[in-house]
Design a protein around this ligand. Structure first.
Ligand code: 0O2
Length: 283
């Protein structure tokens, strides 16, 4: 990971379902192609770019279909969506780094991230909703799954990576929460500076600590969301006692499950504890 690709961002998050802008923006797609296609006469992708574009569009459309469904119940599982075709320069650099010849075969049949999509999700469970949706899609074949959420990288990096095979092409899909994405962006920035600053061990330890704390926050956010969804909003006074019981039971079920799900060992004193009172938050 020595070179950073430019990721394009969909701007459909706020678009109402069924509107013209509910699907994929050709403008963004063609911009992505433009970047990957620099020096197309001798492109490492040969003449495959239009097909790659179509495949990326297919996967984005499938995610958009899930988002449209989710919006109907105010549960869009995507906060924002990024995508890119790996640039010519970045792909060639990766081939060299891996000791591969700079050929179309290396780019499209050996390496698996020429087409990349990143969905940044509001909540932890959204990550797995999208995962299940994609791997359950006919024609999308799961080639590899790396769950860095259940088992974070030693530096604290968390994300769920899928390699799908779609219409003969590999597509790398990265699914992560907003917290995970924020951490990854900042860590990426700092990585290039770490050799020039002192205390790099301390920085690495602090980064890891921040990653674990953010993971604990993700778990807490998911738990709160489940509690809110469980109540459906404000509770009327005559239902309050029953609701309180139900909420506490939900906490009992959810908190251990979420902790396992996040695979983290952050400070659990920040988690709501059984018997704690909590407010039911209305919309
Ligand atoms: P891009 O597309 O610019 O983001 P690879 O890194 O692909 O050679 P690896 O390590 O087996 O091989 O793949 P993995 O673990 O699935 O990671 C691939 C991508 O995940 C990277 O792509 C990053 O986007 C992201 N990633 C993985 N580990 C880290 C990490 O420790 N910190 C951050 N910030 N991101 C990470 P690239 O190659 O950077 O390209």
């Amino acid at each position: 990971m020595t070179m950073q690709d430019t990721w394009n961002q969909e701007k459909t998050a706020a678009a109402p379902a069924g509107s013209a802008s509910d699907g994929i923006h050709p403008y963004h797609i063609s911009r992505a192609i433009g970047r990957a296609d620099r020096g197309a006469s001798s492109s490492i992708y040969g003449r495959r770019l239009p097909e790659m574009q179509a495949v990326m569009e297919t996967v984005l459309a499938q995610i958009e279909a899930l988002r449209s469904q989710g919006r109907k119940t105010d549960q869009d599982p995507v906060e924002h969506l990024l995508f890119r075709l790996k640039t010519e320069e970045s792909m060639r650099e990766k081939c060299r780094r891996r000791g591969l010849p700079e050929t179309e075969t290396s780019a499209l049949s050996v390496l698996t991230d020429a087409i990349g999509i990143r969905a940044v999700c509001p909540f932890l469970r959204d990550v797995y909703t999208i995962r299940d949706w994609l791997i359950g899609t006919s024609g999308f074949n799961l080639v590899q799954e790396k769950d860095y959420i259940k088992k974070a990288k030693p530096n604290g990096y968390r994300s769920l990576h899928l390699i799908l095979r779609v219409q003969g092409y590999f597509v790398e899909v990265q699914l992560r929460t907003i917290s995970m994405d924020t951490w990854a962006a900042l860590e990426h920035q700092m990585r290039y500076k770490k050799d020039t600053i002192g205390n790099s061990d301390l920085v690495a330890r602090e980064l890891k600590r921040c990653a674990d704390e953010l993971a604990a926050t993700d778990v807490a956010m998911q738990t709160m969301r489940d509690l809110i969804r469980g109540t459906g909003g404000l509770v009327s006074p005559d239902r309050a006692d029953k609701q309180e019981e139900a909420d506490l039971a939900a906490e009992d079920r959810l908190i251990p499950a979420r902790l396992t799900e996040a695979g983290q060992h952050g400070p659990i004193d920040r988690m709501p504890l059984k018997g704690d009172r909590h407010e039911v938050i209305g919309r």
